[in-house]
Design a protein around this ligand. Sequence first.
Ligand SMILES: Cc1cc2nc3c(=O)[nH]c(=O)nc-3n(C[C@H](O)[C@H](O)[C@H](O)COP(=O)(O)OP(=O)(O)OC[C@H]3O[C@@H](n4cnc5c(N)ncnc54)[C@H](O)[C@@H]3O)c2cc1C
Length: 741
Amino acid sequence: MALGLTSEHLELAAAVRGWAQRHSPAQAVRAAADSEDRGAGRYRCELAPSLASQGLLGLHVPEAEGGQGYGLAELAVAIEELGRALVPGAFLPTVLSCAILTEAGLSGPAAKLIAGLADGSRIGAVCLAAGLAGEPGPDGGLTVTGDAGPVLAGSMADIIVAAVRTGGRAIWVALDAADLQVTGLDSLDLTRPLARLHADRVAVPAERMLTGLADSTVASLAGIMFGAEACGIADWAVHTAAQYAKLRHQFGRPIGQFQAVKHRCALMLTQAEQAAAAVWDAARTAPGGDREFAASVAAAVALDAAVDVANGCIQTLGGIGYTWEHDAHLYYRRAMSLRALLGPSAYWREQVARLALAGASQSVQVELPAGDAEFRAQVRAELAEIAALSSEERAHRLAAGGWVAPHLPRPWGRDAGPLEQLVIDAQLRAAGIRVPNLYIGAWVVPALIQYGTPEQQERFLLPTLRGDYLWCQLFSEPGAGSDLAGLTTRAERVAGGWRLNGQKIWTSLAREASWAICIARTDPAVPRHGGISYFLVDMRADGVSVSPLREITGDAMFNQVFLDDVFVPDDCLVGGVNGGWRVARTTLANERVSLSQSWAFGSGVPELLQVAGAADEVPLADVGRCVCEGRAIDLLGVRVTLKRISGTDPGATGSVRKLLGMRIAQQISELCLAMSGGSGATAASYGQPVGADGKPNGGHWARQVLLTRALTIGGGTTDIQLNIIGERMLGLPRDPDPPTA
Ligand SMILES: Cc1cc2nc3c(=O)[nH]c(=O)nc-3n(C[C@H](O)[C@H](O)[C@H](O)COP(=O)(O)OP(=O)(O)OC[C@H]3O[C@@H](n4cnc5c(N)ncnc54)[C@H](O)[C@@H]3O)c2cc1C
């Protein structure tokens, strides 16, 4: 998913992509890389005027100052697209310098600098490295001396924004490059020059001093804009790798069918998606404390993503990727150069941790499109009535009114679209109403709506939505886990129904459940998926016996279930004889969605911060990494919702979220255990994240570490998720079918 979500952003991205294809195709990028000046001359003469005429250099500049009057979000979309095309020259440094000057609120004659940068008549650069020092000059200005760099596109620039240390603090200034000695450096990024600055008592007038500008503002803007370019690089690299993996054959197969390659590409995609979510969030956040946090997350996530994914692309391309001729190294070089200039990712992760521990808001804000006020009022009124009922009546009304799962079709749900779902969700919370947790019922209900008979729907749906029926899922068997089609539980025809015999395993909630969904083989002669049927089994029926199975925590949440001549009547067969596989697939798909929405099974970022606040030693960069990942997962969810609201297809981002959610919950518990010191060796037990002594509760975290191992196994293992992402999101070839017996 690219940065932009709205149709306006998608149109802008398409227009910028079209511009890049016309003005800076791959041959032009190559020519810049092969040229002495790294494409600087062509940028100044051709690309900058053309970018300016398209309004791209001043996208984020207020109209009064000669710009287009959009915001950082639009600029980030443009930067991403130009990064994807690896456009040579000084677009990024120019718009960054321009944004800094705009936020500094330059006035008087100096304000003309902004207009010059926006209309392409001047090129800007920003020195992110320290080294310049100043002393008070005449008329309130500064006299600047020192060396600083490297500066991206410094040798091309007319205006260079830099920090000058004076009187124990840093003041940002806008320097004329002509007043400095600018020495070109050999650039790792072959498509953009680099320079070092030397200032020898350069006089900076007061009007060029950006006195109100905080370091954090510059850092945030740089993090967002470098991050946006990093997203373009990462996206190019994922798709280049995936494309190649579909075409390149080795050992008689496309290499994308080998899981080592497929999973690498899928992981690359997840990293690129996280980067896009983080940068999108930072670019849409208004200046202030929240933006500093969001921008630090973006910088920590996106720059690493670009480097790692470009590296993965080279690895996937093999020998070709290592050649000078392939463009992969040009992207890799740019990614590494961006990260080197912005500062190490560990610094950004630590910054994220510091801000989070200091109370930076963790909640992801979504600005909903103005909805139908009448609809909100109507929902509020109906829910107010329900809130006043007794708990039993309330459960009835919630189920009968379709409030439990409003996205489902009526009468089971409310046919609510994405925006209506959000409104209902908000109003339920406002009314203090908790809808019942259906557990496995949450994925039984959609399967019955799609495949159940009217009688089955009548009999099971309302009681399930009311929370009267607790379900369990009799799918896995000792010999059939990921590959469910290998199951051996048999269902044989008898008068009025079926007799089931077999063993199920790892069944959650089997002792508590009143009903089960069960898949069994009804035709052994038909291979694999073909001969399977889907049954609803009464857990109190004769022949059903449940024996608890102890887990690694010592608890016994899941079970073995033995089916011994269990009679299941015909009216409990769903989806027809031998038609069970598609019903099971629907069930499993809904299970993945459900689990991706409740990734914090175990512990989340708030508990992590609580523990970090109590620990003697805090590995800040590791804490920051988890905070970043947790936030990226939340943002992915929000972006899926917003895409649905805007009517565009979110793709399979839910699978990415499920994969990342499983990982982060494990990582958080591992990190908290590490911060617990010696108490982590105490018996794994239930408890609070921080003990009564104010120290991290090692026993609790040991238990959480054990408990969260389940996340990467149940509901589809990590490897199975990576297969789904690789195949459904990147179009890589499916694993070969197993040989038929
Ligand atoms: C806490 C918990 C609750 C559960 N609850 C239920 C439940 O209520 N009902 C139910 O039916 N089941 C339940 N399960 C079972 C769960 O669905 C299975 O454990 C899971 O599908 C994996 O199957 P398996 O254990 O047989 O492992 P296997 O499929 O044997 O996998 C073993 C290893 O091989 C890898 N592997 C397998 N196939 C592939 C492949 N094609 N490509 C790459 N790698 C592969 C896996 O990733 C894994 O690392 C639960 C499991 C847990 C941990």
